[in-house]
Design a protein around this ligand. Structure first.
Ligand SMILES: [Zn+2]
Length: 329
């Protein structure tokens, strides 16, 4: 059985956004895409996916699952009322630290920085001067090596934006990286972190309200790290803190779901998730999930930008593939 799983992040009207240049999905486009998905698929919830994976329960034809990462307030304010109006479920993955401790994740600090500057040159200059200051540390690489590794375009970003993101999320050593992110955030954005957290993330009570509304809430870990870069002890700590969060917000964790920050996983992390009873986990690799063949801990997802955003759009190639996979009765 093929499931079309779609990944969403920010969903808001740009005109009403406190940070208008943030790369968000416009509410109108979300509505259009939801209509498109409802026309071509049956939207299923997290529990239905788990029942199919764990107990072989049948799914409706052409199932689609909507997933919302990072615990944004957008998901409570904008997405939830729309899902309720259309009577369809969603799956939400709030990161524990952002929601419970009101700390802005490095990933979001970097988004705010990039949405504030006119071009990336001054940010890159700050990163390179930081690298120069720490040259000589055994875990600091040559600037040219950093450029070679991270100064490459990906599916969504050009070389320079991707370099800034990867250096500040992953490239620099963990013990000094967040300090640099903070310094750049203060210098470029210059706003109080708690105020930004309050405009960005839902609260624990709002997560409980999602659960009460019949939505599925899964784990997105604690500090939103590239978890494949952590050693197994730190991976387990991230997983446990994510599970503590699920307990606090009242999620039944017998068949819990996980979404890897940045889609990043490895063998030791999968072992930990299996040991702790994770029912399904989601990556960010674009593709359709094939429940009969795929590892349930490595389910592919399409990005919202991979699908049409107009209700009346003709089926795109992903949708055609989901149709073609339908098994004749
Ligand atoms: Zn995330």
């Amino acid at each position: 059985m093929i499931v079309t799983i779609v990944m969403y992040h920010y969903v808001r009207r740009a005109a009403e956004s406190p940070c208008p240049r943030l790369n968000a999905l416009d509410t109108g486009h979300f509505l259009g895409q939801l209509d498109y998905l409802i026309r071509h698929h049956t939207i299923i919830g997290g529990q239905q996916l788990v029942a199919a994976l764990r107990h072989g329960r049948p799914l409706p034809e052409r199932p689609a699952l909507l997933t919302f990462d990072d615990g944004y307030l957008d998901h409570v304010r904008t997405v939830l009322p729309i899902l309720q109006r259309h009577r369809v479920p969603g799956v939400f993955f709030p990161p524990a630290r952002a929601v419970s401790e009101r700390r802005v994740l490095d990933v979001n600090k970097v988004h705010y920085v990039l949405a504030t500057v006119e071009n990336t040159a001054p940010v890159i200059a700050m990163i390179e001067s930081f690298v120069a200051t720490h040259a000589g540390r055994p875990d600091i690489l040559d600037p040219a090596e950093y450029r070679r590794r991270y100064g490459v375009p990906n599916r969504f970003d050009g070389a320079e934006v991707n370099y800034v993101k990867r250096m500040l999320q992953l490239g620099l050593p963990a013990d000094i990286r967040s300090g640099l992110v903070d310094a750049i955030f203060r210098e470029v954005v210059g706003r109080d972190e708690a105020a930004v957290a309050d405009e960005l993330y839902m609260t624990e009570d709002q997560v409980r309200a999602l659960v009460a509304a019949g939505m599925t809430v899964g784990s997105h870990g604690y500090a939103h790290e590239w978890m494949d870069s952590l050693d197994p002890a730190d991976q387990e700590r991230e997983v446990d803190l994510g599970l503590d969060f699920l307990d606090r917000v009242g999620v039944d964790r017998r068949d819990w779901l996980m979404c890897y920050p940045y889609g990043a996983s490895n063998g030791s992390l999968l072992d930990i998730l299996r040991r702790k009873g994770c029912a399904a986990a989601f990556v960010s690799r674009p593709g359709l999930a094939e429940l009969d063949d795929d590892d349930p801990l490595l389910l592919a997802r399409l990005d919202t930008n991979d699908l049409p955003k107009e209700a009346g759009a003709a089926p795109c190639s992903w949708t055609e593939r989901a149709f073609a996979a339908r098994v004749p009765a």
